[in-house]
Design a protein around this ligand. Structure first.
Ligand code: URA
Length: 214
């Protein structure tokens, strides 16, 4: 565990703590704790999701792992040379990120996948610490509007400074980083055609270009 991570029994959010205890009773074999980031702190790219899924990251203890959203995210990272090994929906599948770290705006699974604004706020300190602890960070990829909003807040920036738009690249010169937006890779977005694999692949390709250009 790094200093950017909450304690396994974090009590900052009452509702999420209650939900965690219910899930510990119901699913004792699950991870059931704040899910730590995945990937090296030395990475140049940080992907920020929303929150762990109940039977996904909350079960496996690795962001997006065993979540539908990970079935989209992980293979596309690999196709673009940003991971190695085969993603198999398990924490011990040997899948490794290359130059990428993945975290969530909210570390604990929220009921119905919906964190409250207060829960986002309680957890933001960890996101801010995570960002500050990445010495080589060049690009943050926000998956969805809530991630985008929380990244800006974690950086101490106003929402008017960068409006969420799929595919947008926001230059944040004071922070020496670029914030890239994508629709979330959720089942809902894929099933409704809001986001396609091709659209997400294009976003990842843009990020690779940004990194390679330096
Ligand atoms: N969706 C997210 O945003 N994050 C996860 O870790 C899993 C699903």
């Amino acid at each position: 565990m790094s200093f950017c991570e909450p304690k396994k029994d974090c009590e900052l959010c009452e509702r999420l703590g209650i939900f965690r205890n219910i899930n510990r009773q119901k699913f004792p074999q699950y991870y059931n704790g704040p899910v730590p980031a995945f990937g090296e702190l030395g990475a140049e790219i940080l992907v920020v999701g929303l929150a762990p899924g109940l039977n996904g990251a909350n079960q496996t203890g690795r962001p997006f792992t065993n979540d539908y959203a990970g079935d989209v995210l992980y293979p596309i990272l690999k196709q673009n040379g940003l991971a190695r090994g085969e993603y198999q929906r398990r924490k011990d599948d040997g899948y490794e990120l290359c130059n990428v770290r993945i975290t969530n705006a909210v570390r604990c699974v929220p009921p119905e996948n919906k964190p409250t604004t207060a829960e986002e706020k309680n957890c933001r300190h960890f996101l801010a610490a995570e960002i500050a602890a990445m010495p080589n960070l060049k690009v943050i990829l926000s998956l969805g509007g809530i991630s985008h909003k929380n990244v800006l807040q974690a950086l101490g920036l106003k929402q008017s400074q960068a409006k969420f738009k799929h595919g947008a690249i926001h230059d944040l010169p004071a922070q020496k980083i670029k914030l890239v937006d994508s629709y979330h890779t959720s089942r809902y977005n894929i099933n409704t055609g809001v986001l396609t694999y091709a659209m997400f692949d294009e976003v990842i390709k843009k990020i690779k270009e940004l990194i390679e250009r330096g």
